[in-house]
Design a protein around this ligand. Structure first.
Ligand code: SF4
Length: 347
């Protein structure tokens, strides 16, 4: 049986050439493209300005692989977690986070994750595949609709902090973001998009060289090599010195300040040695620090540090003029907070 291609993997030029090579006018490509991206249509039959005959031609060669929201779960704080089924029945999760008059969409980039951050529930799911650009786009456009429905406003920000390491799905990530920011997608400013990486240095350099316009966040969690290697074992291959150089390069090329995400755990990084190392690391190029409240997973090794040491972190960072914010966890009661995404909704 012929395997039909997802029509949304074709760009506008390819769509127009498809029509031309089948002896139809090229402008049909524009019409179909408009249905697929501006109107987010789910079936060829919705394309009412396309003749029945032409719709049958499309059905013969193509499918429209939209994601499906299988289940949603709402937190007492208004956060919404989506169980997203992909065309091949695999599952990822995406999250809508409302804060005052803003809504942030937290998007997944891979099914599972190949990295092994010990504190993260997703790391227990093996990486099965990368998400396609349209699957990345669909998560954003679905959360945009949810935001309008539940909160009467479109999404204001997107963070790639869901399942997977976004930079290990580089090409699809960039294509997905291009679609989100393009006029025929969501028309969103790249300044409102943040890609969060666990620190793949050479890909940070690549992004800087390509002059991307979105923001960069790095999950640092420790500026002491030995500790970082222990809690994020894959970082043995990605030393902090390389990361530091890559971030300097990023800043020099893009003039964009990097955000370090940082969790403080009892007995792991809750001492002056780690605080001083973080301050030193931050001084190497303009940066800010987000201290993230820890969300418990099944790993009992990780326990949130005492407030007194978190206050000490803040004090030392501020006295060195390094901006720092504390990020409260959202959606904890539904396992939708940072590091908790583990496809439990399906169970
Ligand atoms: S924190 Fe991010 S990179 Fe690390 S295992 Fe979890 S999903 Fe993967």
């Amino acid at each position: 049986m012929k395997v039909k291609k997802d029509i949304r993997s074709l760009n506008l030029k390819e769509l127009c050439s498809f029509f031309e090579s089948n002896n139809y006018p090229a402008f049909r490509g524009n019409q179909v493209y408009n249905w697929l991206w501006n109107k987010s249509c789910f079936s060829f039959d919705e394309m009412t300005n396309i003749s029945l005959e032409l719709r049958e031609v499309l059905k013969k060669d193509f499918v429209i692989n939209h994601i499906k929201i299988d289940k949603i779960q709402k937190s007492i704080d208004g956060t919404i977690k989506n169980a997203v089924t992909l065309f091949d029945n695999l599952l990822v999760e995406s999250v809508l986070i409302p804060v005052k008059n803003r809504t942030t969409a937290c998007i997944s980039s891979q099914v599972g994750c190949s990295l092994d951050c010990e504190f993260c529930a997703t790391s227990k799911l093996k990486r099965i595949r990368n998400l396609n650009p349209d699957e990345i786009f669909d998560q954003a456009s679905t959360i945009n609709l949810q935001s309008k429905f539940y909160y009467n406003r479109p999404i204001s920000n997107i963070v790639f902090m869901g399942m997977g390491e976004p930079l290990l799905n580089y090409i699809n990530l960039i294509e997905g973001i291009n679609k989100i920011t393009s006029k025929d997608g969501l028309g969103m400013s790249p300044k409102r998009i943040t890609v969060s990486t666990s620190g793949i240095s050479k890909l940070i350099i690549k992004m800087a060289d390509e002059n991307v316009k979105f923001n960069l966040a790095v999950s640092l969690h420790s500026a002491v090599e030995k500790t970082r290697n222990k809690i994020m074992p894959f970082t043995i291959k990605f030393p902090l010195t390389d990361l530091k150089e890559a971030i300097k390069y990023w800043y020099n090329k893009t003039q964009k300040i990097v955000t370090y995400e940082y969790i403080v755990w009892k007995g792991i990084n809750d001492d002056m040695n780690h605080i001083n190392a973080l301050v030193d690391f931050c001084k190497s190029s303009p940066s800010k620090v987000n201290i993230i409240e820890y969300n418990k997973t099944s790993n009992d090794f990780f326990i949130s540090a005492d407030d007194s040491i978190i206050n000490k972190y803040i004090e030392e960072l501020e006295s060195n003029r390094i901006p720092v914010t504390i990020r409260k966890s959202r959606g904890k009661d539904i396992d939708a907070a940072c590091g908790q995404l583990a496809n439990k909704l399906k169970q």
